[in-house]
Design a protein around this ligand. Structure first.
Ligand SMILES: Cc1cc2nc3c(=O)[nH]c(=O)nc-3n(C[C@H](O)[C@H](O)[C@H](O)COP(=O)(O)O)c2cc1C
Length: 224
């Protein structure tokens, strides 16, 4: 009799233990799931919280450049957008929001040497070339701003962009393509131009590697 009671007691304890383990497992899973879900919208790389924010991806890309020389590492753009345009579309595919292209008022030449000449002249004269845009960036909370590096800097039309709008209280996320200069210190320049905005560290991708670089964009920004 005593032995039977002991066996029954052991079985009851074992049953209770297994129930409590199941419970712990479930709650751990739930915590894991919950934290995974809330982190999904906050990029580990930029620290930006994208939940319920209006997002705009705006970019300048020099399409259709011909005779791009190998020494400069500049990308041959082909028809339509160049490397920065492709980068912008990767971000848009991932995060959604609106996408808009900066179209300079002036037609740039279609060959690399002449664009370079023109870019250097604009830079030296600190020009503010005009441009058009379909959207108003001031209507958005988070603005991705994309450009190629030109002469170790942003194209001057991007300076016009920052001069034209009030980005106070907005989040600006730069992105760029380059031949060898990485971001060329341009993210810090944007911080100087926009002291009242939160300018986070951007992502720079080599122009000629853009076709195989979607994965880096996917690691950089969350899917919304
Ligand atoms: C006028 C001009 C100047 C450039 N200057 C630089 C430079 O100083 N440093 C650099 O790394 N790449 C430079 N590049 C290369 C571009 O940044 C690179 O090819 C970029 O991916 C082009 O982007 P897009 O195709 O969107 O226009 C220059 C390209 C052009 C057309």
């Amino acid at each position: 009799m005593g032995r039977k009671i002991a066996v029954m007691l052991v079985m009851i304890v074992a049953l209770l233990l297994s129930v409590s383990c199941d419970k712990n497992d479930n709650s751990n899973n739930q915590i894991h799931e919950t934290s995974k879900k809330s982190n999904e919208k906050i990029s580990a790389n930029t620290g930006v919280d994208y939940i319920n924010k209006k997002i705009l991806i705006v970019y300048y890309s020099a399409a259709n450049l011909k005779d791009v020389d190998a020494v400069s590492s500049a990308t041959a753009a082909g028809d339509g957008d160049g490397a920065t345009g492709t980068f912008a579309k990767y971000i848009h595919d991932r995060i959604g929001g609106d996408i808009d292209r900066i179209v300079p008022d002036m037609d740039y030449p279609l060959d690399y040497d002449h664009v370079l000449e023109r870019a250097k002249k604009e830079k030296n004269a600190r020009e503010y070339p005009g441009f058009s845009l379909k959207t108003n960036p001031e209507d958005y909370d988070i603005i991705f701003v994309g450009y190629p590096i030109w002469s170790y800097d942003m194209p001057r039309v991007i300076y016009t962009f920052f001069a034209r709008y009030d980005f106070k209280g907005k989040t600006i996320i730069p992105f760029n393509t380059y031949g060898s200069s990485l971001d060329g210190g341009t993210y810090d320049k944007i911080r100087e131009l926009e002291p009242d905005a939160d300018v986070v560290d951007g992502l720079a991708i080599e122009g000629k590697s853009i076709d195989s670089s979607k994965k880096y964009v996917e690691q950089w920004v969350p899917e919304l």
